[in-house]
Design a protein around this ligand. Structure first.
Ligand code: UDP
Length: 239
């Protein structure tokens, strides 16, 4: 399958049409942005790592009964995915306090929750992805009640599976962001990516941050962190 026409260029990926109208090619870049595009940079080798890592994780989730857009890894940076229309919601699942949660509620980073939290934000760069609840999402017609229930159920199931996977790698899954899409039949599929760009991953024994916070907060050793996470995942889950 070949790339035909650039459909969309985002902050970290390009999306191309293919000869099959139902399939797209996602191509992962090394570009990194943070704070709604205010901070820009590049993380050398990130695209290759995120492509492979996201595919590995999506395959494991499929095995657990969570439908995803993944079809086939085509090359080190390119993956064939099902074409979906993205539900304009970012779904954030948290196991511990960090980032915007810690700031908003005045809770120390790392505080362990009794049970995971789930929140939505409206995927809208111009508005800075504002937080919204399910009644807001319904009022704005962003998704139906049934879709929201499915999205919540899948997101919590994804958390259970990802937590277990990362635990095996000696990594604590603090929080992550998911995006979902609708296929032409109207089914909800997990889309976008799962990578250190979209998850907070801490070394369980040292507490060291092994994710995009190293870039956001200028902690250094950004490339090394992405490589370390990939290496641990490959060691435990090589196919
Ligand atoms: N996240 C993301 N994209 C976004 C916002 C958040 O991938 O546009 C991820 C982020 O990497 C973290 C989780 O979602 O793993 C929770 O992020 P938070 O709401 O704490 O926001 P932040 O502190 O990153 O602004």
């Amino acid at each position: 399958m070949e790339k035909e026409k650039l459909l969309y260029e985002g902050k970290a990926k390009r999306v191309y049409e293919t000869e099959d109208p139902g399939l797209l090619i996602v191509s992962y870049k090394d570009d990194a942005t943070a704070f709604n595009g205010l901070k820009k940079g590049s993380i050398s080798g990130k695209g290759v790592i995120n492509n492979h890592m996201s595919n590995l994780l999506m395959k494991r989730l499929e095995k657990r009964g969570i439908p995803t857009h993944f079809v086939k890894e085509l090359s080190s940076r390119d993956t064939l995915v099902k074409r979906v229309s993205i539900v304009p919601l970012e779904v954030i699942v948290r196991n511990r306090a960090a980032g915007s949660f810690s700031q908003r509620y005045g809770v120390e980073e790392g505080f362990l929750f009794q049970s995971p939290t789930l929140e939505f934000s409206y995927k809208n760069d111009a508005l800075g992805d504002p937080l919204l609840n399910t009644s807001h999402a319904l009022a704005l017609g962003l998704a139906t009640g049934v879709e929201l229930e499915t999205i919540k159920r899948y997101s919590l199931a994804v958390n259970q599976e990802l937590k277990a996977i990362w635990e095996k790698c000696g990594i604590t899954l603090v929080d992550f962001k998911l995006e979902f899409g609708r296929d032409p039949q109207g089914s909800v599929l997990l889309a976008d990516e799962i990578s250190p760009d979209t998850c907070r991953l801490w070394d369980t024994s040292t507490g060291e941050k092994l994710d995009k916070d190293r870039f956001r907060r200028d902690l250094g050793k950004v490339e090394e962190a992405y490589e370390e996470v990939m290496k641990r995942l490959e060691t435990e889950y090589s196919e």
